[in-house]
Design a protein around this ligand. Structure first.
Ligand SMILES: [Zn+2]
Ligand SMILES: [Zn+2]
Length: 231
């Protein structure tokens, strides 16, 4: 259905305050303005920094260089980002993918840096994909690819281990939980890759996947996420 007709028949409401809105994105100007935009962040892992004076690294990245080279996050993982991400991921509101990934695409397009040759959504284990019915990272990567003119390696990477949700584990076990979780199904042809995920918390998932990509010959690996947790 053409969008103007659809808008007439089903007037859109702001996803957060229910005020009537027209067109994309499905947030009213007030709620859009009030989102917790992540501005001051570590150049390498996107961890929020109290204040950034140009490119700055957080303490963790200064002590231990991550396997990925840079990370870009759109929002702080705090209300109402957590609500939006949970509606998207657990309530299956796939219409939130164009909203969230569209905003992230705008942020990425505004950077001066070169775009990657390939996007890789963090894969779900097949059994979890069956339970959820979709991979939230794939839905985001599709939108990012369309908006930025990039391609997505949908089946290039597999999750071979069904890991426990990181949030349920003690910090010490989180790295071990993800070890050997990912494998590549074919040869890498792109040298510059962006891993796409919904939320980055400890960074261990991206770290593990970035290591696999680097071992397979990737020269530069970025991480793109909607939201970044941590202080
Ligand atoms: Zn609103
Ligand atoms: Zn950092």
């Amino acid at each position: 259905m053409p969008r103007p007709l659809a808008a007439l028949l089903f007037p859109a409401h702001c996803r957060l305050c229910r005020a009537p809105v027209s067109g994309d994105p499905d947030l009213c100007p007030g709620c859009l303005h009030d989102l917790p935009w992540l501005e001051a962040a570590c150049a390498q892992c996107a961890r929020p920094l109290v204040q950034a004076h140009g490119p700055a690294l957080c303490g963790d990245c200064q002590r231990h260089t991550p396997a990925f080279d840079a990370a870009t996050a759109l929002l702080h993982y705090q209300p109402p980002t957590d609500y939006l991400v949970q509606r998207f991921k657990f309530a299956g509101e796939l219409a939130l993918a164009p909203l969230l990934a569209g905003l992230l695409a705008t942020k990425i397009a505004a950077r001066p840096s070169t775009l990657p040759g390939l996007l890789i959504p963090v894969p779900l284990h097949p059994s979890r994909l069956r339970e959820r019915g979709f991979n939230q990272a794939t839905e985001l990567a599709r939108v990012l690819a369309r908006r930025l003119g990039l391609s997505v390696g949908h089946r290039l990477c597999k999750r071979v281990k069904r890991t426990e949700p990181q949030s349920t584990l003690p910090v010490k076990q989180r790295r071990a939980n993800l070890r050997n979780a990912f494998t590549l199904t074919s040869r890498l042809t792109a040298g510059h890759i962006a891993i796409v995920d919904d939320v980055m918390t400890s960074g261990h998932t991206s770290e593990e996947l970035a290591q696999v990509l680097k071992q397979a010959g990737a020269r530069r690996v970025e991480v793109w996420v909607i939201a970044r947790a941590g202080h």
